[in-house]
Design a protein around this ligand. Structure first.
Ligand code: DGT
Ligand code: MG
Ligand code: MG
Ligand code: MG
Ligand code: MG
Length: 293
């Protein structure tokens, strides 16, 4: 760009770089999805196709941004964890948030016809907002995802009971609200079971737990080392020692290849998978130490 007398306007652009060495969480949320879900006749309380579409849009974010290592989605929202040492856009807040929001939104629209029944035509353009939060410690990051996971559970149990009372129990929405006012989760489980024969714990995990997106470490490591997918985690069979080698310990010494050291996995490569797991327990993180490394 040539210099011109107008270039001074750039000096008004403010730096918005985020702190170095902090975990970044971007949370996006559908704007006015109460109305959007009505306008598109989403099933209540959970529309499987709508949730699958959210998961697909989240995978698109993973495809575009390698530094995104964990995603968590429920309802009309998705959270994305960015690696602590990421230098994406020199950690400029507005660049990172807008990239992820726009990537997710365009994917949501792009994949709509693939996920929705043909009669469900997009009525108007959906929009999402986004924010970014910086967390200095791993315990805060885990608590962040615990917070969203607990929110998923509380909302889903409430909504499941609420809509059972309305759709199966014939209550008005006002009556259902009154029925549920002051109830604890045990009460809701009991209403579901006694009145409607629904065992809450057998409902789909996608609804009860939300969706967690990660990259599969096994795939990534195998890809790097040219190991066929079928070789995954199979116990290696020990070859019997060559008798010539027993006679001469240096036999075949030159042909022997040095085993290639596997670099520590960082969560940025591998097949993108959607899981429905318990994000409150530590297991998810313990099984994938690279996510917070
Ligand atoms: P906002 O975020 O302040 O612009 O307003 P909303 O309307 O997006 O509200 P929010 O984000 O607190 O709540 C999400 C809304 O989306 C809530 O009204 C229920 C609706 N929604 C999300 N997923 C589903 C679904 O699978 N089925 C149905 N029927 N509704 C859904
Ligand atoms: Mg909102
Ligand atoms: Mg919303
Ligand atoms: Mg929401
Ligand atoms: Mg440009």
């Amino acid at each position: 760009m040539a210099n011109s007398r107008f270039k001074y306007v750039r000096n008004f652009e403010l730096a918005d770089n985020l702190l170095p060495s902090t975990y970044l969480v971007v949370r996006i949320d559908g704007k006015g999805f109460h109305r959007f879900s009505d306008a598109h006749s989403f099933a209540k309380p959970n529309d499987k196709a709508a949730l699958d579409l959210m998961d697909r849009a989240a995978k698109r974010v993973f495809e575009e941004v390698p530094d995104v290592v964990v995603g968590f989605g429920e309802s009309d929202e998705y959270s994305f964890l960015i690696r602590k040492d990421s230098s994406l856009f020199s950690r400029r807040e507005s660049k990172i948030v807008t990239l992820i929001v726009s990537c997710f939104t365009s994917a949501y629209v792009f994949y709509w016809p693939q996920y929705m029944p043909p009669e469900r035509i997009l009525q108007y353009p959906p929009i999402f907002d986004g924010r970014i939060v910086q967390y200095p410690s791993t315990s805060q990051v885990k608590d962040y995802f615990r917070w969203r996971a607990v929110d998923t559970h509380i909302n889903n149990l409430y909504n499941t009971t609420f809509w059972a009372l309305v759709l199966q129990g014939g209550q008005t929405t006002t009556e259902a609200n009154q029925t549920l006012s002051g109830t604890v989760s045990g009460d809701k489980n009991e209403i579901l079971f006694k009145k409607f024969g629904i065992n809450y714990s057998t409902l789909p995990e996608q609804f009860r737990r939300g969706s967690t997106v990660v990259r599969s470490a096994v795939e990534a490591v195998n890809e790097t080392f040219g190991i066929p997918a079928t070789a995954n985690a199979e116990p290696s069979v020990t070859e019997p020692e060559d008798p010539r080698k027993i006679a001469n310990p240096l036999f075949g010494h030159k042909q022997k290849k040095k085993p290639r050291a596997i670099p520590p996995y960082d969560g940025t490569t591998g097949e993108i998978v959607v899981l429905h797991v318990d994000m409150v327990k530590d297991d998810f993180w313990d099984q994938r130490p690279w996510l917070l490394a």
